[in-house]
Every structure is written in C-alpha cells, then in structure tokens.
Design a protein. Sequence first.
Length: 235
Amino acid sequence: MSLKVLVVEDEPVLLETLAYNLQKQGYEVLTAADGYQAIALARKERPALLILDLMLPGVDGFEVCRILRQEMSVPILMLTARAEEVDKVVGLEVGADDYMTKPFSMRELMARAKALLRRERLIREEIAAQEIAAGGQPQVFGNLIIDDSRHELLRDGQVVPLKPKEYELLTFLARQRGIVVSRDLILERVWGWDFDGGSRTVDVHVRWLREKIEEDPGNPTRIMTVRGIGYRFEG
C-alpha cells in the first residue's frame, strides 16, 4: 500500500509540481490549498508525511503545525519563502521535523521526505522491539511511569500529555539513565542525522519536559544539565 503524503501549498503551480514528483516516487498524494482544509484532511486521512507551506490563507502553517502536532505524530516538513532564522526556530518549536526555504531543489526535497519517512519507520520499529523485549512492562521511576505499550507518561497516576518529540526525547534519555548524553547525540537519535537544526531545539524540548515531570522545573532532579556536554536522566 502506498504511503499517503499530504501537501499543503497555496501556489497552484508548485502544488502541482510537488504532487507530480511525489507520485513519481510511488506515494499517494493528498493536496490542500489552505490551513483549514489541511487540518480536516490530516484528521481524516492520517497521512504518513505532511509537507506544509508556512504562508497559507485562513490558518498559517505555524498554527496548522501546532494543532496537528498535538493530535498526531506525523512527520512535518515545513516550506517557506522567508529565510529569517526566527521563522525556522519557531517552526521547529511548534513541532516541525524539518524546514526548507524556497526556492529549493526538488531532488533535495524528495530526499528529505524519504529520510523523514524512514526515520519515522525506524522509530516505530524500535518502539515495537522495546515493547517485546520488555514484555510490555512499563518503566517505573518513582512517581513517573513510562508505558510504551500505550505510548503514555504517567505522573502520580495521572496521564501527562506530551508532544511526540517530547515523548521520544524522554524515552531516549530514560533508556540512557545515569549516562551523560550530548546534545549532538540526542539530535541524531531523536530528530535524525539529517536534521539541520541546532542544539537549541534540544534545550527547548528539555525545558518543556521539565515543566511536566519535575516538582521544581527550575531545580530539576530528573533531567540534569551537564554543563558544556548535554543531559543526564536520573532514574
């Protein structure tokens, strides 16, 4: 069965070009020209990949990304005609997995799309393997329980809502508990080797996690900062 790719772009010529090239690669392509349609299609079709333009009528790409990221773990490749660094940072912080500035090479876009789909598949395979190896048993760290079988984090018995990347980051750090891991290694394992964002992405997600799992986020006892290197999870 072909993987579904949702392309959201309000420039008709570019939308048609993207759809044509993706179809040539064997993907089933869904298209939308505005943010409202994109959200509705994504909820209905559950695509394997979302290619999302930043500047859209109705609801812009940032808001589409933010809304869908709370509901599903679909990889998101964001496109923009603006090259400002702040756009890239904000796009990544609301949940985009990768970012390309127009004009771009169609060949490079196809390669990045393929890499995002491959990374998502590998993550799912790794999670499934961990569940089998653990016999489906949750990992318990005091008042925290990581339940991979349900893809949930519980704190004091209550489900803590996490964004997909927050959950992936937490589970990666928990598997390395007691070991210092560098920001570069975290970026490679959680975001993928082809991710071109900086270490600030890791720091932002760690801050979000601390706000959800620490008694005092300003004085963490779970995710510890190792100055100049990275982070260490204390189990």
